[in-house]
Design a protein around this ligand. Structure first.
Ligand code: ATP
Length: 310
């Protein structure tokens, strides 16, 4: 019996994310910043199909521009598969077909979602039977946003964003995303933030030793209250991203003028996320932004983390 006859391919879907709160602490000696963040998984998904193979290979397709996405061992999905094999002693291989909807280098954790999906898909394909705790541990070794893509829903992240605790959340939040053709590099945004803080030391006041998610954000998520959440959205990377991409600032203003409760840069950007008061308000905003020539998508959150789909 061939490999293909032994194991049927496994399809896993994992979500992109929006940071509804992101406080960035001091630059640490190891080059990373201490973060406090609140993640919401949204209905923009990455699909990974894992098929039996002798070695490790992959292909990438998608509804987004795929420039800069490697299809070798630099790809987080392939690294996830190799890590799982190494940790479990599995001696076979896998072919991964990744279908991307999350904008590349868009600040929505697309690569991390691919890695989370690959872990779950290979665990199912190879019948390695890891517990969710084991999978979370491997996820954290792959990247700071990978544990959240595995968990999904709504969660608070500490450390580099990878020390997760689930947050209580009710209801549904409607968002309109404005996607850029070109991504920005996350390290470049952090570099810009550090330079900005150096230049404006006095004006921006003290940076907290231990960043913490505001109580108002937790309250708004628990209550499922979009208006309350809109008034407490925060992203410390936003100023740095807008400095690198000044073209985005007028779009943020436009979205708010056209009916969003609030707009924010998603993570390190350049994707913009507009929180809306209802599905209908989101549709109206999407239509207006699309009419003005932007690539605008209507999504909602929270949605589940990486899971096998039929
Ligand atoms: P984050 O906000 O988590 O830093 P992002 O969402 O802004 O990430 P990604 O699309 O996850 O950005 O990827 C950033 C870079 O990582 C890409 O430009 C690419 O070079 C590399 N990369 C590695 N694996 C992947 C993958 N599976 N999908 C997309 N990019 C990947």
């Amino acid at each position: 019996m061939s490999l293909a006859e032994t194991f049927a391919p496994v399809r896993v879907r994992a979500p992109g994310k929006i940071n509804v709160f992101l406080e960035v602490g001091y630059l640490q000696d190891d080059g990373y910043h201490e973060l406090a963040t609140a993640f919401q998984a949204v209905s923009l998904f990455e699909d990974v199909v894992a098929s039996p193979a002798e070695g490790f290979s992959m292909a990438v397709t998608g509804s987004v521009a795929l420039d800069g996405v490697p299809v070798d061992d630099r790809n987080l999905a392939l690294r996830a598969a190799r890590l799982l094999a190494a940790e479990t002693g599995y001696e076979g291989g896998v072919h991964l077909d990744v279908h991307k909807q999350v904008p590349v280098a868009g600040g929505m954790g697309g690569g991390s979602a691919d890695a989370a999906a690959a872990l779950v898909a290979c665990d199912a394909l190879w019948e390695t039977g890891l517990s969710s705790t084991d999978l979370q541990r491997l996820a954290a070794r792959l990247g700071a946003d990978v544990p959240f893509a595995l968990m999904g829903g709504t969660a608070i992240g500490a450390g580099r964003g990878d020390r997760l605790s689930p947050a209580l959340a009710r209801g549904r939040f409607d968002w309109v995303l404005v996607v850029s053709d070109e991504g920005v590099s996350t390290p470049a945004v952090y570099g810009e933030l550090d330079r900005h803080r150096e230049r404006h030391r006095v004006d921006i006041g003290p940076i907290r030793d231990v960043p913490e998610v505001d109580a108002d954000v937790l309250h708004a998520l628990r209550a499922g209250d979009a208006r309350m959440l809109a008034s407490s959205l925060r992203n410390d990377l936003q100023a740095a991203t807008l400095h690198l991409r000044p073209d985005l600032a007028p779009v943020l203003e436009q979205g708010e003028e056209w009916g969003a409760l609030a707009g924010i840069v998603s993570g390190s950007g350049p994707t913009l996320a507009f929180l809306c008061g209802s599905p209908q308000e989101a549709l109206d905003l999407q239509t207006r932004l699309s009419g003005a020539g932007h690539e605008a998508l209507h999504v909602h959150g929270p949605v589940p983390g990486a899971r096998v789909v039929p």
